[in-house]
Design a protein around this ligand. Structure first.
Ligand SMILES: NC(=O)c1ccc[n+]([C@@H]2O[C@H](COP(=O)([O-])OP(=O)(O)OC[C@H]3O[C@@H](n4cnc5c(N)ncnc54)[C@H](OP(=O)(O)O)[C@@H]3O)[C@@H](O)[C@H]2O)c1
Length: 283
């Protein structure tokens, strides 16, 4: 007897215009699960800084996919409202090894969101993902690659990049299987850890473009982001992620994808081929 979610259960997707949210929403819609897509610019308006609008987003919802807000704090109130609204399940996106980040100032937003969700009376599951492959074509690393060179404070410590389609597959599977993943924290990585130099080399080869990688110091990287128009605090926060990664505590691969999905994670090479074929890094 399957304990699959009823196709009438509406799932709230926060961050629904973002990299994971829109992929999770598409998967749920395809399998016939009603989706309420929410964010500041989504059909259902949801703003982490405007709690007055949260109850309307939560009304009639069975489960929610939660992308943490960029600041610590609001998820505690969100969870209280979800409990009051009769929501039964929460699936939270977080970062690989969040309980090993210690005194790092990185990821206080994700750690606060974890505290809120894990402390709730609801059925919850946390998906802790490594750096996404798609950061290279849909996010921070894309523009420098198109310009011909990526410079980051990352050296010999490799990163087990994960394909965001595996993160979305895992989120959709967890949302579709009530009970099975209750109280579980899944560490989701790709099948192999690569240095950023190796990742850029693969992108350069598959795209046929002369793209270079250069290691810089965290201070140089912070200054470069500020030069591009980032605020000091945000730039420092991103640099702190690399300082944390260089400690090596989140560099190992895990079997999280296989545990949730019963198959191996997609490779970085598979990602690079697909993105290069779509012209992702063409100047
Ligand atoms: N990138 C990685 O490698 C990685 C790895 C592990 C974990 N994470 C975590 O994943 C999260 C980001 O997830 P993602 O990559 O799927 O999203 P994303 O592509 O960064 O997009 C952010 C989403 O959040 C919404 N949003 C932004 N500010 C909001 C606000 N004030 N109120 C309500 N919604 C807001 C945005 O939509 P609107 O603009 O329409 O509001 C958008 O849908 C972060 O917590 C990050 O730390 C990232």
């Amino acid at each position: 007897m399957s304990n699959a979610a009823s196709s009438n259960d509406t799932t709230l997707i926060l961050g629904a215009t973002g990299k994971t949210g829109r992929r999770v929403a598409a998967r749920l819609r395809l399998r016939g699960t009603p989706v309420r897509a929410a964010s500041r610019s989504s059909p259902t308006r949801f703003d982490w800084s405007a709690p007055d609008g949260w109850d309307a987003a939560l009304r009639g919802i069975t489960a929610a996919y939660v992308v943490p807000p960029p600041v610590p704090g609001p998820v505690h109130e969100f969870v209280a409202r979800a409990e009051a609204a009769g929501v039964r399940r929460l699936v939270l996106l977080s970062g690989r090894g969040a309980d090993t980040w210690g005194d790092s100032t990185f990821g206080l937003d994700m750690r606060s969101a974890e505290d809120a969700v894990r402390g709730s009376a609801l059925e919850w599951t946390v998906l802790r993902a490594s750096n996404f492959n798609q950061n290279f074509d849909e996010d921070l690393f894309h523009a420098p690659l198109v310009a011909g060179g990526l410079a980051l404070p990352a050296g010999a410590v490799p990163e087990p990049f994960i394909d965001i389609d595996d993160v979305a597959d895992a989120a959709a599977a967890v949302l579709a299987e009530p009970g099975r993943h209750a109280g579980r924290i899944y560490e989701l990585t790709g099948p192999r850890a690569l240095t950023f130099a190796e990742a850029v080399e693969l992108i350069s080869r598959a795209s046929g473009l002369p793209i270079t990688y250069k290691q810089v110091s965290p201070a140089e990287y912070t200054a470069a982001l500020v030069e591009e128009g980032w605020g000091e605090d945000d730039a420092h926060h991103v640099a702190e992620m690399f300082v944390l990664m260089e400690r090596g505590v989140i560099a190992e691969t895990t079997d999280g994808v296989a545990t949730v999905l019963g198959r191996a994670p997609r490779t970085f090479e598979d990602y690079v081929v697909r993105a290069a074929a779509a012209g992702a890094w063409r100047p």
